[in-house]
Ligand binder design. Structure first.
Ligand SMILES: Cc1cc2nc3c(=O)[nH]c(=O)nc-3n(C[C@H](O)[C@H](O)[C@H](O)COP(=O)(O)OP(=O)(O)OC[C@H]3O[C@@H](n4cnc5c(N)ncnc54)[C@H](O)[C@@H]3O)c2cc1C
Length: 309
């Protein structure tokens, strides 16, 4: 059994979710190969070769894979994937953009967002916004799987010494071209990788009031998230949304401020180790999942809390 993991990488570095995906591959068992597709990705391949448990790194370094356009990367993965028992990618925007195409090209079902490996062909995945966990058994010749990073503890980024092999295949589907990107810039930790997340909801009332959360977050070294209501109301940009249709986070500490606790929000944060909720409504459902709850007006509680940190 040999497993192909599609490396997630950006700005010349292996993204943390790759390490969680290799951990899922290790649970399946067998040799683990990692594919690095991109342009000028020699450094990424070298870093990937050091990941603990990786036997081989395949590098597809070609202009066709610059910016990892899924129309070009998917045929490459499908071509390589035929020789593997499993193809895994993190369930990130990128992984979710590539793997369904790979599954279609290989004519197999995709198994989405696994959170545990029961055996080489059986996996657990959340359904109904995390309210039920399905156990899925697959008889597909190649199992095409996206991995929810928060379900698996990352393997060590150092310690391995995999062989690096170049892949000559170049697929340029000619269907899409990279035009440009506007990236959100922040000095705070990335939401999905942060150990502490402070999130605000509709209770924040407006975008300006998020300054209270930014001040608290900066003292705590935390990332700042938001509910969809806060995003939809235009308080903050949508890359801050936590939940079913936002980002899935599982930090050591999640502080929910002025968030009611709708199931779609809980779907994105209920695996956090410690949950603190601040809400003026003692009946708010967020208190059902909170380890610590404070029934208070957030505009009094947050400045008080900030003073104490
Ligand atoms: C298909 C679908 C997908 C969705 N995906 C997501 C998702 O990914 N993420 C997400 O978050 N939601 C998602 N939602 C929306 C979700 O159902 C809720 O509408 C949303 O989470 C509510 O956000 P909220 O808790 O900020 O707002 P509200 O439910 O309005 O809650 C605001 C809370 O703030 C409290 N509050 C108000 N003022 C104060 C104050 N001064 N001090 C303290 N507390 C105060 C109130 O008591 C209340 O509990 C989705 C919905 C659907 C249908």
């Amino acid at each position: 059994m040999t497993i192909l993991v599609i490396a997630e990488h950006e700005n010349g570095a292996v993204a943390p979710a790759t390490l969680n995906t290799v951990a899922a591959a290790a649970k399946i068992g067998g040799d683990i190969h990692v594919l690095v597709a991109g342009q000028n990705v020699g450094g990424v391949a070298e870093a990937a070769a050091k990941i603990a448990g990786v036997a081989k790194v395949l590098v597809a370094d070609n202009a066709a894979y610059a910016h990892q356009l899924p129309e070009n990367v998917a045929p490459l993965v499908a071509e390589l994937g035929k020789g593997y028992s499993h193809v895994l990618a993190p369930a990130t925007s990128n992984g979710k953009n590539i793997l369904p195409r790979v599954a279609a090209l290989l004519d197999v079902d995709q198994i989405s967002e696994i959170i545990s490996v029961e055996s080489a062909d059986t996996f657990k995945r959340p359904i109904y916004a995390g309210n039920a966990i399905a156990t899925v058994q697959s008889s597909a010749a190649v199992k095409v799987i996206t991995v929810r990073a928060t379900g698996f503890d990352a393997v060590a980024a150092e310690g391995g010494s995999a062989a690096v092999e170049a892949v000559a295949a170049a697929h340029d589907a000619g269907k899409s071209a990279f035009v440009g990107e506007e990236l959100a810039k922040s000095d705070r930790p990335e939401l999905t990788a942060a150990k502490i997340v402070v999130s605000g909801g509709r209770g924040m009332q407006n975008g300006d009031n998020f300054k209270h959360l930014y001040a608290l977050a900066d003292k705590l070294g935390a990332a700042v998230g938001a509910s969809r209501a806060a995003v939809d109301a235009g308080f903050v940009p949508n890359d801050m949304q936590v939940g079913q249709t936002g980002k899935i986070v599982a930090p050591q500490l999640y502080i929910a401020v002025g968030i009611s606790g709708a199931i779609q929000h809980l779907a994105g944060m209920k695996d956090s180790k410690v949950i603190v909720a601040i809400n003026k409504d003692e009946e708010a459902p967020i208190f059902q999942v909170a380890d610590y709850g404070l029934v208070a007006d957030l505009f009094e509680a947050i400045p008080e809390l900030e003073k104490l940190v």
